[in-house]
Design a protein around this ligand. Structure first.
Ligand code: FAD
Length: 309
């Protein structure tokens, strides 16, 4: 059982769907497999206002349109695919499903994205997209003139707190240690911001609110004093987890588990390319995922035609 394709794409987020559009439009047979829902992280975005040419949409709607476009070019898309094993090392790549079906291809594009690291505390899941965000570039604007909290104390948390100060009326940075793990100049910039205050040595206990997020509860790890911070929004920046576990030991990953690629988005394995948030990169946005999907598909097409070095 199973089918042979020219290209199998793992992941149906914006990177994988774009790769599907380009590869299918080039008349290659393409299967896009997703272990979850079509759209990836974009379905968490109830409002996308920074995708060029589309003044405002939802992540779900944007990815539905991308999937429709890919299908119109003949791309097969399977969501909630029960992938059991992925073998990428041979010349023929094999994806085995739990029911025993096998999909073979000469090229694979890994576009499995990632997930922002979560706090795992009470109320977090409830308020995702309703006050809690993991992306300042995406959602900062929605909190213009309103008080917010930023959780974290590394470079991204403090850099994003500075970026968010363009919008928010006040920012409370809540951090688990009594010192920051960021570059000194980043710390200095955040600390000199008149609209930012800091709650150090805190363990976040949970989030509450009736009409959306209203309060972040945290406890001082030394004194046990509980603080309730009144906010309309909260941005969590405590790391990022790439969905690369299935490829560990097969291709080069960096110390954070991100797939290492070159400029053509080739991985360390011939015939395997990586696109989007799963790979080592600085900016994780829909636009950059779409750009990666394009480059990876064109590189895969070049590989299949034997033109690649
Ligand atoms: C809450 C939130 C809001 C955001 N808002 C915006 C915004 O407004 N604007 C913006 O530009 N960006 C936004 N982003 C960032 C943007 O969504 C991501 O950068 C983008 O979705 C990355 O696309 P991707 O295709 O690389 O990965 P993803 O979107 O993560 O998609 C990867 C897909 O791969 C699947 N998958 C995982 N493992 C496997 C496997 N082994 N085999 C097959 N499939 C697999 C997953 O189920 C997923 O569907 C937001 C992110 C979050 C979390």
């Amino acid at each position: 059982m199973g089918t042979d394709y020219d290209i199998v794409v793992l992941g149906a987020g914006p990177a994988g769907l774009t790769a599907g559009i380009y590869a299918a439009r080039a008349r290659r047979s393409v299967l896009v497999l997703d272990t979850g829902t079509v759209g990836g992280q974009t379905v968490l975005s109830y409002q996308v206002a920074n995708y060029p040419g589309v003044a405002e949409t939802s992540g779900r709607e944007l990815s539905r349109a991308m999937a429709e476009q890919a299908r119109a070019f003949g791309c097969d898309i399977k969501a909630f695919a029960r992938v059991a094993d992925v073998e990428l090392r041979g010349e023929v790549k094999v994806v085995t499903m739990r029911d025993g079906a096998r999909f073979r291809s000469r090229a694979v594009i890994v576009a499995s994205g990632g997930v922002p690291r979560k706090l795992g505390v009470e109320g977090e899941e409830t308020f995702v997209g309703q006050g809690i965000s993991y992306c300042a570039t995406c959602d900062g604007d929605f909190f213009t003139g309103r008080p917010i909290a930023v959780i974290g104390g590394g470079n991204s948390a403090l850099e994003e707190s500075v970026a968010l100060s363009r919008y928010a009326s006040h920012i409370t940075v809540i951090h688990e240690f009594d010192h920051f793990q960021a570059e000194p100049w980043v710390v200095a910039e955040a600390q000199s911001n008149p609209r930012t205050s800091f709650l150090m040595n805190q363990r976040v206990l949970g989030f509450t609110g009736v009409k959306g997020l209203e309060e972040v509860r945290s406890v001082d790890k030394a004194t046990g004093v509980v603080t309730r911070t009144t906010v309309d929004g909260c941005f969590v920046f405590i790391g990022y987890v790439p969905n690369s576990g299935a490829f560990e030991g097969q291709m080069e990953l960096n110390e954070r588990g991100e797939v290492v690629t070159d400029e053509a988005l080739r991985t360390s394995l011939p015939g395997v390319f990586a696109a989007g948030d799963v790979r080592h990169k600085r900016v994780r946005q829909i636009t950059t995922a779409v750009a990666d999907g394009t480059v990876a598909a064109l590189s895969a097409l070049e590989y299949l035609s034997g033109a690649a070095a």
